[in-house]
Design a protein around this ligand. Structure first.
Ligand code: GLN
Length: 391
């Protein structure tokens, strides 16, 4: 069969998240690969969606977002960053943050521009850069003093006079690093020096443990050169609702909207109404979720360490990136992909092999990513199965 896929997508194949979740189902494995909770979001938010449907909020939404939601988002953004934004001209609601990433890059980047991304990176970044016909520049995150961090000199060297944008993902998937003010200031200074736009993916902003999440938009001189992206899914355990948003200056928002209107036009109307309710009344839910995830993180980190994985405890997100060298040596496997396949088919636990998130293959091939956004019983069962590694 000859491939009908356009050349621009050929290098990417099927996304690893769909692939590993499919394999997990096929082998009846405990799925710690794709990052989604195995429990439901809050009842009051689900009820708000049902009410919105029953009240007749079922036709196209306003293309950049329902007023009830963008007003809530403007308030939330101001309380978190201190920046006042106009809800109607500065916020664009998208179908999840993945659409916000695509829409932003397609809306602001010209063919031949350069876009910097930190590796390991969320897989859609690389594909969206290809869709925008831009050139990616990679900066590595490596274990440095007990956390993953970039080398400031490597970052500086990645900027050129063609750098249009840098993708700043904090808290960072998959390493779990929460970028510090110092790190964000280094990035901001380079953005200002090279007239570069920061595209800040902050979807894990609520999932931080003993760390402060800082939006790069709030740093001096950055509010007009940052597009801040986030979503409802991670904070409210509703990843299937696909409600995301982009906050930016009116000029950058106009660029974002130029693509959004032709990609999806608008996002599901009733879910926007429910998202507004979640953001208005959901503070306690998020605080409790964070406590639950901290417990899950500590439990999984301790158990993986006892099994022989080299764990770098994440500062945020719901992922642990663990070094599998000792385990793979024992099993006679020499890379993350083969180990992830073996753990799925022979041990019944599925993870993500992070080398698919890296251009520099050896940067990531000694790690596996474990998602801990799961019920305690799920994590306990995964550990019980993995204990066979030491039989
Ligand atoms: N962000 C999720 C993760 O990293 C996956 C999103 C998706 O499946 N597209 O696991």
């Amino acid at each position: 069969m000859t491939s009908q896929t356009a050349d621009r997508f050929k290098p990417f194949g099927t996304t690893i998240f769909a692939e590993m979740s499919r394999l997990a189902a096929e082998h009846k494995a405990v799925n710690l690969s794709q990052g989604f909770p195995d429990f439901d979001g809050p009842d009051f938010v689900k009820q708000a969606a049902i009410d919105a449907i029953n009240q007749g909020h079922n036709q196209y939404a306003r293309s950049p977002g329902q007023p009830i939601l963008v007003e809530q988002l403007a308030e939330r953004f101001q309380s978190r960053t201190g920046l006042e934004v106009d809800p109607l001209s500065q916020i664009t609601v998208t179908s999840g943050c993945t659409e916000a990433i695509a829409t932003t890059l397609l809306g602001i980047v010209n063919p031949g521009d350069e876009v910097i991304l930190f590796e390991p990176y969320y897989d859609s970044y690389r594909a969206c850069i290809a869709m925008a016909q831009a050139t990616p520049r990679f900066v590595s995150m490596r274990p440095t003093n007990g956390r993953f961090a970039f080398d400031p000199d490597e970052l500086k060297a990645a900027f050129t006079d063609r750098t249009r944008a840098i993708l700043v993902n904090t808290p960072h998937n998959p390493t779990g690093s929460v970028l510090t003010r110092e790190e964000l200031t280094q990035i901001a200074n380079l953005c200002k020096a090279h007239d570069t736009i920061a595209v800040a993916d902050e979807v894990y902003e609520d999932l931080v443990f003993d760390r402060e999440h800082i939006s790069i938009a709030s740093l001096p001189g950055m509010s007009d050169r940052t597009v801040t992206l986030s979503s409802l899914g991670k904070s409210f355990s509703l990843t299937g609702w696909k409600v995301g948003w982009a906050v930016a200056s009116p000029e950058l928002s106009a660029a974002v909207r130029s693509a959004h209107q032709f990609l999806t036009y608008a996002t599901s109307t009733p879910f926007q109404h429910a998202a507004a309710a979640a953001l208005r009344d959901g503070g306690d839910y998020i605080a409790d979720l964070c406590t639950q995830y901290r417990t899950a993180r500590d439990m999984l980190a301790t158990e993986l360490d006892a099994l022989g994985f080299g764990v770098i405890v994440p500062e945020g997100t719901y992922f642990i990136l663990a070094d599998h060298s000792a385990i793979s040596t024992k099993l006679g496997v020499d890379n993350d992909i083969d180990l992830a396949l073996k753990l799925t088919s022979e041990f019944g636990v599925t993870t993500i092999p992070p080398s698919v998130f890296c251009e520099t293959k050896d940067l990531c091939s000694s790690y596996l990513r474990f998602a801990f956004c799961k019920q305690e019983a799920t994590l306990t069962e995964a550990i019980r199965r993995l204990k066979r590694l030491n039989d």
